[in-house]
Design a protein around this ligand. Structure first.
Ligand SMILES: Nc1ncnc2c1ncn2[C@@H]1O[C@H](COP(=O)(O)OP(=O)(O)OP(=O)(O)O)[C@@H](O)[C@H]1O
Ligand SMILES: [Mg+2]
Length: 342
């Protein structure tokens, strides 16, 4: 079972649109898909025509009330099941504040119920809070939807730091499968510059014990397509709303690419090179080329549109604040927890 978190703490970048339509396209290819809505906004739930009311068993009931995940699974289409969100989920972070192991509740529920799916897609909220941590703890892959525009990379450093910490502390098999470019417009110069910056960043991580060392920019870009914005209000995916649109073609192509990675996917719980003791961390907290802090640089063409062209390598910028850096450094001194099988 491949468990993929669609994650980016930046809002409105296409996480939900990608979860909805990638899920539908993978299901169309004959795979059994479970979609989990971790966002209290419940857009994924609504997009599949499900009313996010307190009446139905939702993710909230699973996380807070110890209900089995099987009770919360709603079959919404052929090959597609959904665990809906509800507005109550917004309170979950506060309600769980004193619960030990609160970052791993979803993982425990999934493990104990062992639902039978080929793919689980997790639609994360636009934050790096507890709900996103629950997604990262159970996922074996992360896909980052990203809109290639001015300041698109801002915050990606923080996102990758979070993935790295979770991979070290709780989920050594976690890896970043790749970045999917959304609302893509190949005509703009800035798009090319963002892609260049991203490519050199990914290239610089190759061979290093980092969760994004084997990440890719997916060849299938999701073009801007009004049909993708229209379909949710009809409670439909793009595949039924307009099966011949560019949006449908792009998500089918992305699904094909992701299905094609099956042989290379890291199995859940597999210990990979990232499961090193924290003291040996290869993650530089200060700026170093190839570190997450090195992208989204205000000196680069991406951060500064007046610059004539991208530098060959992304330059240095510390995206974590000094306080955050101090916290992360302190965290690195803590001995590895028992959750690390090594
Ligand atoms: N390729 C596209 N072409 C046109 N519109 C798009 C495309 N992808 C997404 N949109 C629209 O952009 C808006 C934001 O997309 P979406 O809700 O998927 O982002 P999100 O990252 O899930 O947002 P949030 O962070 O709020 O959860 C929506 O109105 C959606 O319909
Ligand atoms: Mg969303």
């Amino acid at each position: 079972m491949r468990i993929i978190a669609l994650m980016n703490q930046k809002g409105g970048v296409g996480k939900t649109t990608t979860t909805v339509n990638l899920g539908a396209a993978i299901a169309e290819a004959g795979k059994k898909v479970l979609l989990i809505d971790l966002d209290p906004q419940a857009h994924l739930t609504i997009n599949y025509g499900v009313e996010p009311s307190a009446e139905i068993v939702s993710l909230y009931n699973v996380l807070i009330e110890d209900r089995s995940i099987l009770e919360a699974i709603h079959q919404v289409q052929n090959n597609v099941a959904l665990i809906p969100s509800s507005i109550d989920l917004a309170a979950a972070e506060i309600e769980l504040v004193s619960v030990l192991g609160r970052e791993q509740i979803l993982k425990k529920r999934l493990e104990s119920a062992q639902p039978d799916f080929d793919y689980v897609l997790l639609d994360c909220p636009p934050s790096l809070g507890l709900l996103t941590l629950n997604a990262l703890s159970v996922a074996n892959e992360v896909i980052i939807p990203m809109q290639p525009h001015f300041l698109a990379l801002q915050g990606v450093g923080k996102l990758l730091e979070t993935v790295h910490l979770v991979s070290r502390r709780m989920n050594p098999g976690l890896k970043v499968a790749g970045i999917v470019l959304t609302m893509f417009d190949s005509q703009t110069k800035l798009t090319g510059e963002v892609v260049n910056d991203l490519s050199s960043f990914i290239e610089s991580a190759k061979g290093k014990p980092l969760p994004w060392a084997s990440a890719r920019i997916f060849k299938s870009k999701i073009r801007r397509n009004i049909k993708l914005a229209e379909s949710p209000s009809f409670g439909q995916t793009i595949l039924t709303y307009d099966p011949t649109s560019n949006g449908a073609a792009d998500y089918r192509a992305l699904a094909k690419e992701i299905l094609g990675m099956e042989g290379t996917a890291v199995a859940p719980g597999t210990v990979v090179a990232t499961a090193l003791p924290i003291a040996n961390s290869a993650l530089p907290i200060e700026s170093t080329a190839g570190s997450p802090s090195s992208i989204g640089n205000p000196q680069s063409a991406v951060g500064n549109p007046s610059k004539p062209k991208s530098p060959p390598k992304p330059k240095l910028a510390v995206l974590v604040s000094p306080e955050e850096a101090a916290k992360l450094k302190a965290a690195h001194k803590v001995p590895e927890t028992a959750t690390n099988p090594t």
